[in-house]
Design a binder for this molecule. Structure first.
Ligand code: ZN
Length: 443
């Protein structure tokens, strides 16, 4: 390995991409033990104690720690997942698991989600260990399995079964940290909270009959079509959360745009003016969302169906409970609510405050690394492993750093998309971030 931290991060990232720990949601997939072997070989050179946890064969997570001298001092967990989502190679211009470097970009599945971070955290950890880093607070590195399938055999399992091994007061994992230009300088979003999921299965019943005589039949499919229509047209109230307000205020938009983005009665005006991708994101940050995604019903062309099952991806905002979400769903269904059986899985939203030592530490360090930059909080509309740690009591942020070569729009489309790649400057910058934050917060 090269001595330059950026080259070292690049090489480690290439190995992790080539390990292709693809998680398709089945317990037999992932096989993250391959990347744990890679990382253990890399970190083992420092003589650090490494612990492996393997709740299912091959679904291994790795923990390394540098114990602090003061048990009262705050602890920090740097957490990166080692699994990636599947690819459709037809959509790629390069081998998704080849980890080729082209024009200063590393190509491959996981390049931004999030093997870039997992690799840079490991490099920072090893460099700190080799430098004789003796912090007051404990530093933990966790390369975690199974993030892409709800953390069942990764973060969730570890927090439930091996809390002492992984718990820290402060946690940093994906994503955030892309440079957003404003008239007042660069802004770096920190993901301080994430929406919850309230995935719901609706059972819509009818009465079976012969398809040759449909007049005035009780057809479950026809009823389900109306249910889908109502859910699609439903417009829940616009909610302006603190995190949204702080983000908009931090972005120095022209006053007119800022005001519209913060006014529940005018937000839809602003949405109409935004590019489509951005309007979707803004909408999701300010609303509970309902997306009908799966429908199964009917058995045969000549049978009036008596059962349709419909799945709705409901996403709740910080502050909302499952009951709140259920009430909105009932409101969307209107007089059909009583005719529908609803079964929901409530995995609620989570949020961390911004007036914390971790925030202050990130702000100090990033001002040095990215000239003229300031942090802004942002809401993650999907989910990450941070939620398990926030619920256990940690302050959890999603953050990293990217160079100006990686625009936010590109970053957003590469997440789980085609032609995922990251520039090597971003890798170097992120590695510096972790070393500097560990020193700033823990020493
Ligand atoms: Zn991820």
């Amino acid at each position: 390995m090269s001595a330059d931290p950026q080259d070292e991060t690049t090489e480690l990232l290439q190995q992790l991409i080539r390990n292709s720990c693809v998680n398709d949601g089945q317990v037999s997939s992932g096989d993250e033990v391959r990347s744990v072997d890679t990382l253990a070989a890399y970190l083992g050179a420092t003589g650090l104690d490494l612990e492996r946890y393997e709740p299912q064969p091959g679904r291994t997570s790795l923990v390394a720690r540098i114990e602090g001298s003061d048990p009262e001092a705050p602890s920090l967990l740097l957490m990166g997942h080692t699994d990636v989502v599947p690819v459709n190679p037809d959509g790629w211009s390069r081998d998704p698991f080849g980890a080729e470097i082209v024009d200063g970009y590393v190509w491959g599945r996981g390049a931004v989600d999030m093997l870039n971070i997992t690799a840079s955290q490991a490099v920072a950890f090893r460099r700190l260990a080799e430098s004789g880093f003796k912090p007051k607070g404990t530093l933990i590195y966790l390369a975690v399995a199974d993030e892409e399938a709800l953390g069942t055999w990764g973060a969730r399992w570890l927090v439930e079964n091996e809390r002492d091994a992984v718990y820290a007061d402060y946690v940093i994992t994906e994503s955030g940290g892309y440079q957003m230009a404003t008239p007042d300088g660069v802004r770096l979003p920190v993901l301080t909270g994430e929406k919850g999921t309230f995935w719901s299965k609706l059972r819509i019943r009818g009465t079976p009959g012969h398809g040759s005589q449909p007049f005035r039949t009780d057809n479950a499919l026809v009823k389900a079509a109306e249910v889908v229509r109502r859910i699609n047209e439903y417009q829940p109230q616009t909610e302006i959360l603190d995190v949204w307000r702080q983000f908009v205020e931090g972005m120095s938009y022209p006053a007119e745009i800022s005001e519209a983005l913060l006014d529940p009665d005018r937000l839809h005006e602003a949405l109409a003016e935004l590019p489509l991708g951005m309007s979707r994101l803004v909408h999701a940050c300010t609303h509970t969302t309902f997306a009908p995604t799966v429908m199964h019903g009917g058995t045969k062309t000549n049978v009036i169906p008596d059962l349709v099952e419909l799945e709705i991806d409901v996403r709740t905002l910080p502050g909302q409970t499952g009951e709140d979400a259920r009430a909105l769903l009932d409101e969307a269904l209107g007089d059909l609510a009583d005719a529908v059986e609803i079964e929901s899985n409530d995995d609620g939203p989570t949020e961390s405050p911004i007036d914390t030592p971790l925030w202050d530490s990130l702000a100090r360090v990033t001002r040095r690394l990215v000239e003229g930059s300031e942090l802004v909080p942002f809401l993650m509309v999907g989910g990450t492993d941070n939620r398990y740690f926030r619920r256990a009591g940690s302050v959890g942020y999603g953050f990293a750093l990217f160079s100006r070569r990686l625009a936010f729009e590109d970053y957003a489309t590469m997440f789980h998309g085609n032609d995922e790649r990251v520039d090597v400057d971003s890798l170097g910058l992120t590695e510096q971030l972790w070393e500097a934050v560990a020193r700033d917060l823990l020493e």
